[in-house]
Design a protein around this ligand. Structure first.
Ligand code: AP5
Length: 235
């Protein structure tokens, strides 16, 4: 494992509909490679929790299952990517979510981030988690998340050892506000209309790799290791 993981993995983007397993896999990638998970949803929820101006703006939008306006998201992501722990790579979970966000990220990585920090351009690997639509609602209605560390469970597929208690830190498990069925439908619609074109964007650029997200969690992770650890092809 040490050999496999001792590498500069660079930027990784996880893309897929709500419930595809982005957060679950992002945490595993972060642990394996020692790089941060940057979840725009988590950062927004923290802001809502703290009642910041961004949180106040985002609260109702998120409760409706719609997307938060780009200008707020761009500031938030730029601030996070400029932190020193992103220097050797990071995993974006929930961003980019529209073609405009994807274009912004490309420009940011090219003109600011890698020019300043790395003296070179490093393109992201984009991993698409493909999951059958009917599975998604079941996954989201069964999801439980811990308040302290954001650890993710599922009452059907990944239950905690003790009901409603996090295995890792013993904190209480909660149901996310937007995991109500009517909001889930809205989020899935937003994904189809606004995020699916991002898949085409990266496909056209030859940066997209598909993974079978319907498989059990460990199998999905193994597919991801294969993608990230395959030898680079030299020209
Ligand atoms: P966000 O928090 O990003 O939510 P999302 O994209 O809807 O994705 P989820 O977190 O619901 O699902 P996931 O793919 O991470 O699945 P998970 O691993 O938890 O965004 C929330 C809101 O914030 C948005 O609606 C929007 O308002 C706003 N927002 C965020 N980013 C934004 C942006 N860039 N621009 C504008 N607005 C933005 O897994 C789900 C469940 O399935 C869990 O219970 C898990 O245990 C289970 N599971 C996972 N993998 C498997 C498997 N292989 N087999 C069986 N069960 C599994």
């Amino acid at each position: 494992m040490a050999d496999a993981t001792a590498r500069n993995v660079g930027p990784i983007i996880l893309i897929g509909p709500p419930g595809a397993g982005k957060g679950t896999q992002a945490k595993r990638i972060a642990e394996r490679y020692g790089i941060p998970q940057i979840s725009t949803g988590d950062i927004l929820r923290e802001n809502v929790e703290r009642g910041t101006p961004l949180g106040v703006l985002a609260r109702d939008i998120m409760a409706r299952g719609e997307l938060v306006p780009n200008e707020s998201i761009f500031d938030m992501v730029a601030q996070r990517l400029r932190q020193v722990d992103c220097e050797h790579g990071f995993i974006l979970d929930g961003f980019p979510r529209t073609p405009a966000q994807a274009g912004w990220l490309d420009a940011f990585l090219e003109h600011e981030f890698f020019e300043n920090l790395h003296r070179g351009v490093c393109l992201p690997i984009v991993i698409r988690l493909k999951v059958d639509y009917n599975q998604l609602v079941k996954r989201l209605t069964g999801r439980r998340t811990c308040l302290a560390g954001g650890h993710i469970y599922n009452i059907y597929s990944q239950p905690p050892r003790v009901d409603e208690i996090c295995d890792v830190d013993g904190s209480k498990l909660v149901i996310r506000d937007d995991d109500r069925e009517e909001v889930i439908r809205e989020r899935l619609t937003a994904y189809e209309l606004q995020t699916r074109p991002v898949i085409d964007y990266y496909e056209r650029k030859g940066r997209l790799v598909c993974v079978d997200g319907d498989a059990p969690v460990d199998e999905v992770s193994n597919q991801i290791w294969q993608v990230l650890e395959r030898p680079a092809v030299s020209n």
